[in-house]
Design a protein around this ligand. Structure first.
Ligand SMILES: O=c1ccn([C@@H]2O[C@H](COP(=O)(O)OP(=O)(O)O[C@H]3OC[C@@H](O)[C@H](O)[C@H]3O)[C@@H](O)[C@H]2O)c(=O)[nH]1
Length: 331
């Protein structure tokens, strides 16, 4: 599958003085968010022109303010549910609240963002010939019956549950991508991003790593939902960004799992963060939210083979950097 010649078509060549360089014009939707802002930073560092589009619902302008004044950088406050007219070579479509607390806050808006946002970005990719990478999610596997999850697994999603606005929203977004690919030969890349963490997560993000770190720093009990036996596999944000860029620059439409395959129970995670931040902090048990997946771990054989990608940052190393970032903001 895939047109292997397409790589030749989406680079423009600028002649700057006597230095000839390839520059991509890259659009990052959701570029004020957690993963989007790290991606933007790396794309700028590598000499690309970057346009960030964000409605700042769960993203924060301060995540990209260090680039204001950089002639290669532009910020547009825009909601991707509305069409956007720009000329670009690559689109990283990340815009969508990703934390369960945020995406459940206005489920209808979450569905609109996934559906209409992806439709608009695919329309843009079709018109401009750009490559469109869609940030899908491990949540499309739901509460999985197959473990670890391979890309060929179709998933086990409750279509009417409290998580379905996100899970089903992302599933229809994947469907749209593949219809554009089949009908129009639109250049798509579908990345299934597993749990990712790192500096710049919001203090009130609501996801487990930021919750536990903030609670430990504030000397509050760590809130474990259920009995803490459910598992997740956590990928440091730099590894995730590296995987996304490799996927974009491959010629594989995906879907491609992007995650760290080392699996922990939530209780193990609580104990690890407790030890690293505040060994005297307590753990308190709260009810498990409905449809919370019991286990999750990516099979990344495909990414290893096609992208030559493997996460390099251990949980301990990544947590150290993340704790330092939260400490500087909180203390
Ligand atoms: O304070 C908390 C928060 C969360 N949890 C538990 O920790 C586990 C992980 O929860 P998170 O909210 O961090 O993330 P989830 O795995 O539920 O969802 C995530 O999946 C992958 C991404 O697409 C998204 O970032 C997000 O939807 C869950 O079992 C949750 O119940 C706690 O025990 N305590």
């Amino acid at each position: 599958m895939g047109d292997h010649k397409e790589q030749d078509n989406y680079k423009i060549v600028f002649n700057e003085g006597n230095v000839q360089r390839d520059i991509n014009r890259v659009l990052v939707t959701g570029g004020c968010g957690f993963i989007g802002s790290h991606l933007t930073e790396r794309l700028l560092r590598e000499g690309n022109d970057v346009i960030v589009v964000d409605n700042c619902f769960s993203g924060n302008k301060s995540n990209i303010s260090q680039h204001f004044g950089n002639p290669r950088f532009e910020f547009i406050r825009h909601d991707v549910t509305e069409p956007l007219l720009v000329e670009v070579d690559q689109i990283y479509h990340l815009a969508c609240p990703a934390s369960p607390v945020f995406y459940q806050n206005n489920g209808i808006k979450t569905i609109k963002t996934s559906m209409l946002g992806t439709l608009n970005m695919l329309g843009l990719a079709k018109r401009t010939g750009a490559v469109m990478l869609m940030a899908s999610t491990s949540e499309i596997y739901g509460d999985p019956d197959v473990h670890p999850q391979t890309e060929s697994y179709w998933g086990n999603v409750n279509p009417i549950g409290i998580r379905s606005c996100y899970d089903e929203g992302k599933r229809i977004a994947e469907t749209l991508c593949f219809e554009y690919y089949r009908q129009n030969r639109t250049k798509i890349r579908v990345a299934r991003i597993f749990n990712t963490y790192g500096p710049r997560m919001l203090e009130n993000d609501g996801r487990v790593i930021s919750n536990f770190i903030v609670q430990a720093l504030r000397k509050k009990p760590l809130t474990v939902y259920g009995d803490g036996s459910q598992t997740r596999s956590f990928c440091y944000v730099d590894d995730c960004v590296d995987g996304l860029i490799r996927l974009m620059n491959s010629s594989d439409p995906g879907p491609m799992n992007i995650g760290n395959p080392v699996e922990y129970t939530i209780l193990q995670l609580a104990e690890t963060i407790q030890k690293m931040v505040n060994p005297t902090s307590k753990v308190t048990f709260k009810p498990l939210p409905s449809d919370d997946p019991r286990k999750r771990k990516p099979d990344i054989s495909k990414a290893r083979k096609i992208l030559n990608w493997d996460p390099t940052i251990s949980l301990e190393a990544g947590l150290k950097l993340t704790i330092a970032d939260f400490r500087s903001r909180i203390e």
